[in-house]
Design a protein around this ligand. Structure first.
Ligand code: KG4
Ligand code: ZN
Length: 368
């Protein structure tokens, strides 16, 4: 009989022989993946809702949970089929417990509990941010502790001193917007659509000299917190100066499209220059603080993960700095940087093999 008292495990399972199904639904991606031995990705299915949210310029929570409900069964079936293993071989289920949108998280958690119950296997709720941090282990088995990890995505911008699988110390985080959120809001102002990161990166290509740089919000030397609201406002003021306020359909100072629908060639060049200056400033701050953290903790490896870690300018700056300081810089490949379930399954394998499982009554956590 299933109860809230706990799931009876059949003893600790060896991670090296374990097939784990991971499920991720914390924001606008419905994802499922089967990972063998905590390392080998047998399937990695991601259904993105980007097109559903694009017309609203950002993720609409109610719409997100509805879309997860529509596709979760199909995503799970596809992940199992592509893995080539039968359900009975699964040793455990790992599901994102938070942080994230409650309605979205509950869809994944509900599905995970159903499967765990039906198969009588352990389940564990995974911290999404830790999933991002450990995604690097999937591709770099030689990665050794301790390292400093920067998780930089649409919902998070945090630095961690990772001393072991279960020893993760927060060093600093954003005091306001996450870096990805700043990319998305600035792209909205510039009329570049959602999500903002890839479009801002595209528009910045080929602009090698920043004519009018934005200031860098470093707060103070060796401070490992971030703040991007000042940069966002500086961009807003520059866009207002360039295009006026007449196209602003929102409140003054709000992040609505400020450039006209139809633009001249000169306008395009102005937009691209602002995008490039913004990208340059934000990636410079992320890089500087990452290496301050590495220096403070005395580690020889830095890991950059999360959706913004796809950004080419950030990767270049981190690589250059790592060469200068003789540190190793590791980035998961783009598909493992943005939200995915392989990172959740891999993290789950570590937790389950350490006996860190949950009972069937665990809830979703919007914050963690
Ligand atoms: O990790 P992720 O898929 O979801 C969250 O956990 O938030 O990250 C999504 C974020 C979005 O804000 C998106 O604009 C940003 O990652 N992003 C990028 C790039 N690709 C995605 N930011 C900068 N440059 C990119 N190429
Ligand atoms: Zn994420």
């Amino acid at each position: 009989m299933w109860s809230c008292e706990g799931l009876t495990t059949k003893g600790l399972i060896d991670r090296k022989t374990m097939y784990v199904l991971g499920i991720e639904t914390s924001c606008d991606e419905t994802a499922a993946s089967v990972v063998f031995a905590g390392r080998e990705v047998l399937s990695n299915v991601v259904v993105s809702q980007i097109r559903d949210h694009a017309r609203y310029g950002g993720v609409v929570p109610e719409l997100a949970s509805r879309k997860h409900s529509e596709v979760i069964s199909m995503v799970l079936d596809t992940a199992m089929e592509e893995s080539g293993i039968p359900l009975e071989k699964l040793a455990g289920i790992a599901v994102t417990r938070g942080p994230g949108l409650i309605g979205s998280l509950l869809v994944g958690i509900g599905a995970a509990k159903g499967i765990a119950m039906a198969l009588d296997i352990p389940i564990c709720g995974v911290n999404h941010v830790h999933g991002h941090l450990f995604a690097a282990l999937l591709e770099y088995p030689s990665l050794r502790f301790p390292f400093v990890g920067l998780v930089v995505s649409g919902g998070h911008t945090s630095l961690y001193h990772v001393k072991g699988h279960h020893e993760i110390q927060l060093l600093g985080k954003t005091r306001d917007d996450a870096a990805g959120e700043a990319f998305d809001k600035v792209a909205k102002l510039l009329g570049l659509g959602y999500p903002g990161g890839p479009t801002i990166e595209n528009r910045s290509m080929g602009i090698n000299r920043i004519a009018e740089p934005f200031p860098q919000a470093l707060i103070e030397k060796y401070n490992l917190d971030f703040s991007f609201s000042g940069l966002k406002t500086a961009v807003l003021r520059r866009v207002e100066k360039a295009f006026g306020r007449q196209y602003d359909r929102g409140r003054p100072g709000s992040f609505h499209r400020l450039v006209p629908e139809v633009v001249t060639e000169k306008d395009v060049s102005r937009i691209n220059n602002i995008a490039a200056a913004f990208q340059d400033s934000i990636t410079e701050v992320l890089t500087t603080k990452l290496f301050w953290a590495a220096e403070t903790c005395g580690v020889d490896t830095v890991v950059v993960c999360g959706g913004v870690a796809v950004n080419g300018s950030l990767r270049r700056k981190v690589r250059e700095q790592s060469r200068r300081s003789s540190l190793k810089a590791i980035f998961p490949s783009p598909g493992l940087c943005t939200d995915n379930a392989a990172m959740i399954a891999a993290r789950g394998a570590t937790l389950i093999s350490s006996g860190m499982i949950d009972d069937l009554c665990f809830d979703a956590r919007s914050r963690w």
